[in-house]
Design a binder for this molecule. Structure first.
Ligand code: HMG
Ligand code: MG
Length: 296
């Protein structure tokens, strides 16, 4: 059966914009973030403290953290201890770390093997937890890797368990290239929820093959009540060739509300937020609910 409430973690300002070719100004990013907050988004990845040489679009992370309205939970993504240092000195109180189950993907994305990343992250997470910071661990290529193909769910489970043992608050388990199907979504999330009941479990689907909504429905049936989504369906990882954006927040919210699952989000205001960022991104926004909003 379906839950009464679902939490949406909006990742548009981070996953949505990190790969955007046009330079989006800090002012426009903040307008987007604040419109999302006004629509009722309570948890959001607002930026990332990564190398500006690797990801130029996120070079203004410091200003974003300083200027954003402190409302709900604002999460920043960090790849290493330098990123965490920058995040904390900007005043962030929720941090996401990220690592790929696939070694080949992790090398492309962070320039380290998965094992090296985990060795580096262990003391970083211990320090963050000691300081009372909310820690989220993002697990990339949990289903498929653009370089290695199908990933064994035992490997995904092992990595998730390791983070859980280190005391992270939340796991965000990602279909990085949008290749999973609903059966795989149901099976992996059933396994993870059964084996790791002590952490918040999020599903993060990219919508490359338009299976995002179906995968969310399957994950809901497997007991997941937290989903990472991107307003306007923006985004994609620069180091995952061919992958498109996350499943669109407005389409997910519409599906959930139609099934009488609450999100606390105002769909019309959410589409207003999409209309604020739409002129500043290079790809046309083509989500079901945004198209209907523009017709009215
Ligand atoms: P590297 O070149 O191996 O780094 O990059 P390094 O440690 O050798 O340092 C090189 C230079 O970068 C040094 O500066 C460092 O200080 C600097 P220099 O001495 O040359 O002036 N540096 C940094 N600067 C700012 N912030 C930092 C930082 N770290 C080092 N944190 C590195 C390694 C990890 C930095 C690089 O590979 C990187 O930034 N990668 C990030 C890639 C990324 O952002 N990917 C997208 C996010 S993940 C994602 O989208 C997936 C997700 O959505 C889930 C899913 O869908 O799968 C989460
Ligand atoms: Mg992603």
């Amino acid at each position: 059966s379906l839950p009464n409430n679902v939490t949406i973690i909006e990742v548009g300002p981070r996953d949505g914009l990190q790969n955007e070719k046009k330079e989006v100004s800090t002012k426009n990013k903040l307008a987007f973030i604040h419109a999302l907050q006004a629509a009722g988004i309570e948890e959001m990845e607002i930026t990332s403290f990564v190398s500006p040489k690797w990801v130029p679009q996120m070079a203004d992370a410091n200003e974003i953290v300083k200027e954003v309205h402190k409302q709900g939970r604002q999460i920043v993504l960090t790849p290493n201890s330098k990123g965490v240092e920058r995040a904390l000195s900007a005043g962030a109180n929720s941090v996401a770390v990220f690592v790929g189950v696939s070694n080949s993907f992790n090398l492309k994305n962070i320039n380290k093997t998965t094992t090296q990343s985990m060795q580096d992250l262990k003391p970083v997470i211990a320090e963050l937890k000691q300081q009372g910071i909310f820690v989220r661990a993002c697990i990339s290529t949990a289903f498929y890797c653009p370089y290695e193909g199908k990933i064994d769910s035992k490997d995904t489970l092992a990595l998730c368990k390791e983070f859980a043992n280190w005391g992270v608050d939340e796991l965000s388990v990602a279909d990085t290239i949008g290749m999973a199907n609903p059966q795989e979504s149901y099976e992996l999330f059933s396994l993870l929820n059964r084996e790791i009941p002590q952490v918040l479990m999020n599903a993060h689907f990219h919508d490359t093959r338009k299976m995002g909504l179906a995968n969310i429905y399957a994950a809901l049936l497997a007991g997941v009540t937290r989903f990472d989504t991107s307003a306007g369906g923006l985004g994609g990882c620069p180091f995952a060739p061919g992958a498109t954006g996350n499943v669109a927040t407005e389409d997910v919210v519409n599906m959930l509300h139609n099934m009488r699952v609450n999100t606390g989000i105002d769909l019309n205001k959410l589409c207003e937020a999409v209309s604020i960022i739409a002129p500043h991104v290079s790809r046309p926004i083509d989500t079901g609910m945004f198209r209907l909003y523009e017709l009215n």
